[in-house]
Design a protein. Sequence first.
Lengths: 405, 282, 339
Amino acid sequence: MRTPRALVSALLLTTLAACGSPPSGSGSSADAQDEIKVGVLHSLSGTMAISEVTVRDAELLAIEEINQAGGVLGKKLVPVVEDGASDWPTFAEKATKLIRQDKVATVFGGWTSASRKAMLPVFERYKSLLWYPVQYEGLESSPNIFYTGATTNQQIIPGLDYLKEQGKKKIFLVGSDYVFPRTANKIIKAYAAANGMQVLGEEYTPLGHTEYSTLVNKVVQAGPDAVFNTLNGDSNVAFFKQLKSAGVSAEAMPVLSVSVAEEEVKGIGVDNIAGHPVAWNYYQTTDTPANQAFVKAFKAAYGEDKVTSDPMQAGYNAVHLWAEAVKKAGTTEVEAVKKAAGGIALERPEGLVTIDGENQHLYKTARIGVIRPDGLIEQVWDSGEPIKPDPYLKGYSWAGGLAEE
Amino acid sequence: MTAVVNQLPIGLSIAAVLLLVALGLTVTFGQMGVINMAHGEFIMAGAYTAFLLGDLLLALPAAFVVAGLMGLALERGAIRHFYGRPLDTLLLTWGVSLVLQQLARDLFGAPNVQVPAPSWLSGGIGILPYNRLFIMALAVAGVAGIWLYLTRTRLGRRTQAVVQNRRLAATSGIDPGRVDMLTFFIGSGLAGLAGVALTLIGPVGPALGTYYIVDAFLVVVAGGLGQLRGAVLAAVGLGLLNSYAEFWSDASLAKVLVFAAVIGFLQVRPQGLVALRSRALT
Amino acid sequence: MIKRNLPFAAIAVIALVAAPLLLEPFRLSLLAKYLCYAIVALGIGLAWGQGGMLTLGQGVFFGLGGYAMAMYLKLSESGGGLPDFMVWSGVEELPALWAPFANPVFALTMAVAGPVLLAVVLGTLVFRQRVRGAYFAILTQALAAAMVILLVGQQGLTGGTNGMTNFFELFGADLADDSTQRVLYLVVAGVLGVLYLATRQLVNSRFGRLLVAVRDGEDRVRFLGYDPALVKTVTFAVSAGLAGLAGALFVPVVGIISPALLGVVPSLELVVAVAVGGRQVLAGAVLGAVVMGYAQTTFSEQFANGWLYLQGALFILVMTLAPKGIAGILGRLRRARTA
């Protein structure tokens, strides 16, 4: 076999082209004096784009607001947006690029646990800072990550408290097959054992699964008082449609979801999910002055038909919290910002949040809502006060053995 | 015990879904030897047609035509240059499927859209809701329609003639190019029908096609190239296997078992359940 | 002979000397990643380009190699304790399957032997039954799909969807260190060079000619007294071994292995890369992998949504207008000039 000489030249050229990486962003620009670069890293393509694009929008809105108000330390924030492409290794690659090439002060990004786990070593290695805006399965507390979504004791456990108060004794667990549902269900089983509840079944389906008739049959035959649902993404659509057409009503068997927010309701079809409860820390209808302003600003920026949801709000908060910490520290230097962040308390759309300096999570108020026929979510229960974040569930005696390091 | 009995109709309804998504493929893959990876995106096009029209019954013929025309365009624009090179067509149509997915994302947005189910489909008989029965009826109608078309109409018989011996058919005055177009139109149109039906039970979004394409191919491969009878048997077999395997284990294992069953089955009958005998050399 | 190897030597010098000197560390490790893919592409070029077997499941072999390496790295870091993800998954003692992977020699051997073994079993079963062409392609695709579900489902054993990440050191060297990454790059580039020469030798040998004959007329080869199934199985196994080795190199370079890297889509993307580069010649496969990897990084940095369009369109164009890929176009250009 002969190799054409032209082909060789092409190989040479590509190698050289790869060497002469794109000039954009390499090194610091001349006007770096009066601007601060921040990274925004979410999936803008692929399966996760559905959820993450809106979080990016909320974060860009917050950056814009801060710039309108004069920036941070007298400098304008310049967002560098990258696409994680719903692919965990890409998240790690783009995080490295933001830190090493663009030299950003901090990064706001991620959604899935897998993307966070992939980015974590990058941020720890380069001693940089990530703000992660989504509720997650806990059991983590990286010194280089701030977690602005709920950990398990601010979402899963309040959800269970709510079911218990409603007199639901027998529950069935349904989830997608990945880390969050499996960890959540471990906690749920321990909680149930300690609180006289009975877990009738525990089922997992592959991500993207759409055939739920067998599972619905299993659930119906088991006859639980309630279902605890940790399905992810498109599977929720198939599950709720098929549950509804099997004649299961929200009154007879409420399905408490922890991954269904305002955004997802439309795709599932309001008819199929109205009346079922969800557990979050924020709803578009949450009644705080800060939320009225947030919803108004978001709709003004992105369209009247847009809804706001918990992860969007958590991303929006992350930017403002970071800016607050930078102001307090007087620098964007990571160690100083981390030190300054502890104890910062702000009135946000979801209510008062305070950064716990120790584990870098937030004190958050847990809220249970019910999906209304208009697709928004109405709060029916809250925890009364912000709950101290406890990612390792050290404060719960029944959770012993769940969270050893 | 009732649960075990219930799995039987559930298995049949899974079979109906499998059959419906694979039916168009048995026509294009089976009759023409074209592996159309964009078949899933034609299903998606059918589902979005239902979304745009908002009415299920109206959407059925419309989706058939929309997906059919897309298939026609694909056949005329590209595939016809690739007859006899199935592997190249496979990769080409995969490129097309990528573009169509992204197009759907840009046209309709990344989030799923809602297609309201008609009220006359709420309720059900026993374990089977009306919408599942509707899908089963549609699958049966599709199979019957294709069978009647292939065996009872002039065009259908011409199609078969072209499949069996292209040159001989051409010399007897049949225009193979037109037969190809028509076959592809029908096969793709069937994907559109499947898309409408799937709005009743699953998500409607840009990724819709990717959820069904691998299963659809498994049915066609297990059933035997282009054999309607084989596809029906394979769909029923895989549907029941899926239903009971998931019932006794879980959904992940059931999927793996189905894959393993097909691979194992091909060891016994490499040509699929129902094989077309041929003495042709490669 | 010397003249023919001259271009190869030139590229080797550039890849081994110039690139490490000129590139920023971040870009250099990206290039190392593309070169890992190029090793997989080499295998696809062999199986598909020379042997006519369109394998849509190369990701499976890549993944097996990657997981074997990742298991070793995890174990060497935990010092005999449990890897981090097992702790989250509630696994209490190390699964027996994992134990031997604490030995680097075993892990590296398995990274290649595992894929080869799987390919031999699969190939023997499939090729004996004369399953070929499109059927083979679909079967390998189903294999990739099944493999992902299997890996995701066994979270305690494999890390589930997250896969495995957070590696710190390899044979005592700090993986975060730029100089380690440079050495890794050189290793990958060197391995690719050696494998390329070896594969080219294989293609030029009697076996290579037999393989092409099987591609073009399997039954005729059988009538001549050869066993096409054997030829195909051996080739498939070699390509699987290449993918496995690439996976093992990929893990320390990129720092993660997850089911997302070995499913249906990444497997297809590699085939696309080979087609774009030109499947007829092995160098085309290598070129395609590097070009497509580079294009993906650049495009996703500029406009995220454009990449899918570009990838799809590029592919349609290459298949319809230039089925021999970039290598074919370049070859034609050269002939036109010399003519």
